[in-house]
Design a protein around this ligand. Structure first.
Ligand SMILES: Cc1ncc(C[n+]2csc(CCOP(=O)(O)OP(=O)(O)O)c2C)c(N)n1
Ligand SMILES: [Mg+2]
Length: 484
């Protein structure tokens, strides 16, 4: 992404002028490249550098230009050559020595678990061959979900705060952990202690070893590395580790699916039911975006990927209100694809003015608001750490009626029996739609009898246990850690 940010007139910079900020400072933290252009003679070179940085590092570049500089006559510079501006991505394969070392580690005795991140994009075939060869369960980080989970008999779910217990335990209970294209940041979820050996494959050398102490780090892209590695790997015979992890995953999956059923007659919609219905009714190549907060949890657990669908969120910065904004960008870039925003009521309200853009620009985005009347995720954090929830409640309008008032189709769903038809009608509409899904506020099971004392120092595990829907796990954790 290349962003061009305007600056105040160059003669006024540093004088505390009207509207003065320093955009190059503001955006520095969330971009790879961010520079002020002070004169026409820096152009087009600064712009070319910005483009190369954004493409090469697959991220954001920002060029800051004062209006008067933008209006200066172009410098007498040669036109850029497109070939040199957008080089194609390299194929990076480790040396044969490194591949031999990695193969030796994986060929040794012991149960292997694989942790997959977004670096596994385009490597589905190689991953499956690897899982088969090593009889290894695969856990994914959230950003790996869209590349790893589908049609994958080795998948045992996600790890992390909002992950599955099966993902967590498959990583904890192994002898060798192989990290593939992942920078999964929560160190607490990596196996601790000396018993487990860790190998990491990543294209970015600087990422190796920064989350967990690795025994072997290999620089390469996942697909090319696996293709070169596979011929060196022996077929493992013992499938017990994989079978155990799969069984655990099957149970976790079933428990989650059981939560996604709506009981008719009961006027309480589980948000899980909404998410599952969205997944079942969405197009084969739909682009989903999900808000930070509980919508990310529902997306991670109930949206089925297939290699053609995409799932986009603020998975790194974790910045609220991302989903509709990302959906606008996705729909503008792919006018022919179905784009569905899983928005929180908090997130949606935060950037509600931009909702008008859907009508203004004619973007047929389907915005699903999980209307739970609260900053649900925060409420959960408060409760699960022993605090009374505070300042989290909303007095919401009828979002569907509001949408209709501004010329966008609004569908309000208040009853489990209306979910399937309501979503079908909304998706069939040829234009933007808002689905106001009135869902249960307190959805995830609270651990019984948590005291502040117990919660101290266990925040992460508490929240994790709550997320897994199993309050009793918290007591187990507290018992084994505190009362030993
Ligand atoms: C800009 C920003 N502000 C605050 C937060 C902290 N935060 C994370 S999730 C969340 C609540 C989200 O509420 P909502 O959009 O209603 O989703 P819910 O969890 O209720 O489904 C908050 C306040 C954040 N991540 N980003
Ligand atoms: Mg909410």
């Amino acid at each position: 992404m290349l962003a061009i940010a305007a600056q105040i007139p160059s003669a006024e910079i540093g004088a505390g002028y009207f509207q003065e900020t320093h955009p190059q400072d503001l955006f520095r933290e969330c971009s790879h490249y961010c520079e002020l252009v002070s004169g026409a003679n820096q152009m087009p070179r600064a712009l070319e550098v910005a483009i190369r940085e954004a493409v090469g590092k697959r991220g954001v570049s920002v060029v800051v230009i004062p209006g008067d500089v933008a209006l200066q006559n172009a410098a007498d510079a040669p036109a850029p050559k497109v070939e040199g501006l957008l080089p194609s991505a390299p194929v990076v394969t480790p040396t044969s020595r490194e591949l031999d070392r990695l193969a030796a580690l994986l060929n040794g005795e012991g149960r292997v678990t694989i942790l997959c991140g977004s670096g596994c994009a385009d490597a589905h075939d190689e991953l499956l061959a690897l899982g088969e060869r090593l009889k290894a369960p695969m856990v994914h980080a959230l950003r790996g979900k869209e590349y790893v989970e589908w049609d994958n008999p080795f998948d045992v779910g996600m790890t992390g705060l909002i992950g599955f217990s099966s993902g967590y335990y498959a990583m904890l209970d192994c002898d060798v952990l192989l990290m593939l294209g992942t920078d999964f940041p929560y160190r607490q979820f990596y196996p601790q202690g000396s018993g487990v050996r860790i190998a990491q494959v990543d294209l970015r050398a600087e990422n190796i070893g920064r989350r967990a102490a690795v025994d072997l780090g290999v620089v390469g892209d996942v697909r090319a590395t696996l293709a070169a590695l596979l011929p060196l790997l022996q077929q493992k015979r013992d499938g017990a580790h994989l079978a155990q992890a799969r069984e655990h995953y099957g149970k976790a999956r079933k428990a989650l699916d059981d939560l996604a059923v709506g009981s008719s007659g009961k006027r309480l919609i589980h948000p899980q039911q909404i998410a599952k219905a969205i997944s079942e009714q969405a197009a084969e190549d739909a682009i989903f975006t999900c808000d930070v907060g509980l919508p990310t949890v529902w997306a991670a657990r109930y949206l089925a990927m297939n290699g053609k669908r995409r799932l986009i969120g603020s998975f790194w910065h974790g910045s609220m209100a991302n989903a509709m904004a990302q959906a606008i960008g996705a729909q503008a870039s792919f006018p022919g694809r179905q784009v569905i925003s899983l928005s929180g009521d908090g997130g949606f309200s935060m950037l509600m003015g931009d909702f008008l853009s859907l009508a203004q620009l004619g973007l047929p985005v389907k915005v699903v608001v999980f209307n739970n009347g609260a900053l649900g995720f925060i409420e959960l954090e408060q409760k699960s750490t022993g605090f009374l929830n505070f300042g989290t409640e909303f007095r919401n309008p009828n979002f569907a009626a509001m949408a209709e008032a501004i010329g966008i189709r609004g569908v309000r769903i208040e009853n489990p029996a209306e979910v399937d038809d309501g979503i079908a009608a909304a998706f069939a509409h040829d234009g933007p739609v808002l689905i106001d899904a009135v869902v249960n506020r307190t959805e995830l099971a609270m651990p019984p009898a948590v005291t502040l004392e117990m919660a101290k120092g266990f925040t992460l595990y508490m929240v994790k246990a709550v997320m897994s829907g199993r309050g009793d796990e918290v007591l187990d954790l507290a018992r084994s850690n505190l009362w030993r």
